[in-house]
Design a binder for this molecule. Structure first.
Ligand SMILES: [Zn+2]
Length: 282
């Protein structure tokens, strides 16, 4: 019996510490006021300062409590604004939970349109504030500039520039996963729009800028250049394979993207990437 007590205590402590470690949300400090939260779904940026907290994207609804807990550890109180970089569920799934906790959701007009189609008029998933070309959020002594890039990953993409902190959140225009982006052609996305957006961001940043991609680890300008060149190369390879009005079946059979020698994610296999590039470039 004597021996059982320490075992019990040890296992109780273990289960306590395991419980504390269960959160899938990991916080990384980037600057004095800006953090990135990694979890499941799109990366979250958090601005934490004198005025309070706001976040860029909010992953899935099931993670809202864990995200809120991570934010509380940075500063008590809940997020006052949520910016959506685009409408996909792995970036907007927490909108309703954060709105119910008092946040105002901000996104491009097309995000408002697409989330209305999905969740219905009056839903707390919908942005309360939407914009067309750009919008600036003056909060925490920062002037965060939201800029719309048409027909990139979707038709509602916003890139968020934290100019005084030299940080940019690119949403899914930038997949920092070593592969090609998901061009959501059915939501108004295009290969050329992604290239145009990346080129414009490259002009707006410098070698010290911290880049938060939609997915994958933090990045620097040089890695964004590599990504841009990969997308441009994939476009050139596809256009060559599509010569003489080649059908999609013909191009899929020729497997032109194989020559890139890159990994393709399980949810975004090479055939799907080839099909989306084909449809976008057709
Ligand atoms: Zn997306």
């Amino acid at each position: 019996m004597k021996k059982l007590i320490p075992v019990f205590i040890t296992s109780a402590l273990l289960s306590l510490s395991c419980h504390a470690e269960q959160s899938v949300v990991k916080t990384q400090k980037i600057s004095e006021h800006v953090y990135v939260l990694f979890g499941q779904g799109g990366n979250i940026a958090a601005s934490v300062g004198d005025d309070g907290i706001y976040i860029v994207d909010d992953q899935f609804a099931t993670l809202s409590e864990q995200i809120k807990q991570s934010l509380t550890e940075l500063k008590p109180g809940s997020a006052q604004f949520v910016i959506n970089t685009h409408h996909h569920g792995d970036h907007t799934g927490g909108n309703e939970n954060f709105a119910k906790a008092g946040a105002h959701v901000i996104a491009h007009n097309n995000v408002h349109k697409r989330l209305t189609e999905k969740h219905g008029v009056g839903s707390d998933y919908l942005p309360r504030i939407s914009f067309n070309d750009d919008l600036t959020l003056h909060f925490n002594n920062e002037h965060a500039k939201l800029k719309h890039y048409p027909h990139a990953h979707t038709d509602g993409d916003a890139v968020v520039f934290f100019e005084s902190e030299n940080i940019v959140h690119m949403g899914d225009i930038f997949f920092n996963t070593g592969g090609l982006p998901f061009v959501d052609v059915d939501s108004g996305g295009s290969v050329d729009g992604i290239l145009n957006a990346v080129d414009d961001v490259l002009l707006s940043i410098n070698d010290n800028t911290h880049i938060i991609p939609g997915h994958g680890p933090l990045s620097k300008r040089s890695e964004l250049v590599v990504y841009r060149d990969l997308v441009a190369r994939a476009k050139a390879i596809m256009l060559n394979a599509m010569k003489d009005n080649a059908s999609l079946e013909h191009v899929l059979k020729a497997d032109p993207l194989a020559q890139l020698n890159i990994e393709f994610a399980g949810w975004l296999p090479k055939e799907r990437v080839t099909t989306l590039f084909y449809r976008s470039l057709k």
